[in-house]
Design a protein around this ligand. Structure first.
Ligand code: B16
Ligand code: MG
Length: 217
């Protein structure tokens, strides 16, 4: 029986994925590295340093660890500047209604995100105190597709992995949820994931009864 829903952040609760793209685009332009939206798709759910490695794989130059660190820091400065514009208006359609319905049914809710900016983003959109637990990029060693972030969220909630359903927009996140022994709902670009238990274009099409019965699918 499902007793908790774990939400990914970027691409599920809020479309910060567009800001990640803009920030990485500025860095790759400065470095004269080819970068486009197709490459950006591969960065979904992937940690900051692993994202940088994917971008740098399109360059012939060999970057030292300290150069990489500085590039990642510059990207994050640009990204955080863009995050200043975020507000509750940027919460994606269907999310608030879903959170209210889950609370009404005593289903626990958590965040499971690779992002180290999770506290700042939740604060900007006014959801900092709405979740029963938050597991994010600051509390994990291995990022998605490793199961660590979702297992940690379940531990914080005090529930078993098999009682959890994860909502994700990235293949890496669906893989992480399945590796954790959880059910996985793929939305947006993750609606194409072969291993998602349920596939949807966006949250506003989600039927909550269907979500909580995902075990029986
Ligand atoms: P940061 P999620 C992920 O968030 C993003 O999808 C991914 O593009 C980003 O590189 C990663 O967070 C790290 O973000 O630089 O803010 O620590 O989708 O897991 O909520
Ligand atoms: Mg995501």
């Amino acid at each position: 029986k499902i007793s908790a829903v774990i939400f990914d952040l970027d691409g599920v609760i809020v479309s910060t994925d567009e800001y990640h793209y803009q920030a990485w685009k500025q860095i790759s332009d400065q470095e004269n590295i080819y970068f486009d939206r197709a490459i950006n798709e591969r960065l979904r759910g992937v940690s900051r340093m692993e994202s940088l490695d994917i971008i740098l794989s399109h360059s012939d130059k060999v970057y030292s660890e300290s150069e990489k660190y500085l590039l990642a820091q510059r990207k994050n400065d640009i990204y955080c500047e863009l995050l200043n514009k975020l507000s509750a208006n940027d919460i994606l359609p269907g999310i608030i209604n879903l959170l209210i319905s889950l609370k009404a049914r005593d289903i626990k809710i958590a965040i499971g995100s690779s992002s180290k900016n999770t506290p700042f983003i939740l604060d900007q959109i006014g959801l900092a105190t709405n979740f029963d637990a938050i597991a994010d990029g600051n509390s994990i060693k291995n990022s998605m597709p490793d199961s660590e972030v979702f297992l940690l969220a379940a531990e914080f909630l005090g529930v078993q992995p098999e009682e959890c359903v994860v909502i994700e927009d990235a293949q890496a996140g669906i893989d992480a949820a399945k590796a954790a022994g959880m059910k996985a709902v793929g939305i947006g670009s993750a609606a194409k994931c072969f291993n998602a238990d349920m596939k949807l274009n966006d949250i506003s099409n989600l039927d909550i009864d269907h979500l909580l019965e995902v075990n029986e699918i």
